[in-house]
Design a protein around this ligand. Structure first.
Ligand code: SAM
Length: 228
């Protein structure tokens, strides 16, 4: 079974936009990964576990959180490299390498980098094909604090992206080089989107999965086609 409800958000977004499924998606980073729902979904989509179906099937099921698949996958080998990071500990998932660390701490970048093989053959910079960020600071109920914390995470993840994302042309697909990033809706975050995301990706869109509570200010930017 999935470890988080968030898993259904990722299933839903990938069912529609297919950023995890292409065969040339080799390196996926999951930032803010605990308890591990997104990592489970990524591992499935890269063939490390059986795929239980689409998000819609699961929502229709009487017990949407009860899905078999991981347990039965026993030792199956998928493709690619999946690296996850979180402040909190996370139980192991086959195919996922986990680092317990503060993503915002300067030393963490080196820890992540060390786990990702540099498989670039064309000399292009960057090694991640997909960077996922479901990271969120603890919500305080104080909107300006929450916005500040969301903006700090977005900024830091974007800086990291600049150093580690493989450009679409070396991926060989127009829309390769994908960043999926959670944020809280606010004019300041919108300015961040316009100033940083839009100029660097071919396509940037706002997603609000059905599995995300309508009343929450949470949403995702799906950014595809990293220009490098
Ligand atoms: N996608 C996950 C899943 O499906 O299981 C759920 C992620 S949860 C909404 C957000 C996570 O971000 C929390 O586990 C939290 O510990 C983590 N987080 C927040 N700030 C962080 C930081 N600075 N460094 C690493 N992880 C952080």
């Amino acid at each position: 079974s999935y470890r988080s409800r968030s898993a259904f958000k990722l299933l839903e977004m990938d069912d529609k936009w297919h950023f995890l499924t292409p065969r040339d998606v080799n390196v996926v980073l999951d930032l803010g990964s605990a308890p591990g729902g997104w990592s489970q979904v990524v591992a499935q989509r890269l063939g490390w576990a059986d795929t239980p179906g689409s998000a819609t099937d699961e929502w229709d099921a009487a017990n949407p959180l009860d899905i078999s698949g991981f347990e039965s996958a026993g030792g199956r080998r998928g493709r690619g490299t999946i690296v996850a990071v979180d402040l909190l500990r996370m139980d192991p998932i086959p195919g996922v390498q986990f680092v317990q660390a503060d993503f915002l701490a300067p030393s963490t970048e080196g820890l992540l980098h060390a786990l990702v093989p540099d498989i670039d053959s064309d000399g292009g910079a960057g090694e991640a094909d997909v960077i996922l960020c479901d990271m969120a600071g603890n919500s305080t109920g104080n909107t300006s604090h929450d916005i500040e914390s969301s903006l700090a995470i977005c900024t830091s993840v974007f800086e990291f992206t600049k150093r580690h994302m493989r450009a679409a042309r070396s991926v060989g697909r127009e829309m390769g080089g994908v960043l999926l990033i959670k944020h809280f809706r606010h004019p300041l975050i919108d300015a961040f989107r316009t100033e940083h995301l839009v100029p660097h990706f071919r396509d940037v869109r706002y997603l609000k999965p059905n599995a995300s509570r309508t009343e929450s200010r949470e949403g995702y930017f799906l950014c595809r086609g990293w220009r490098g």
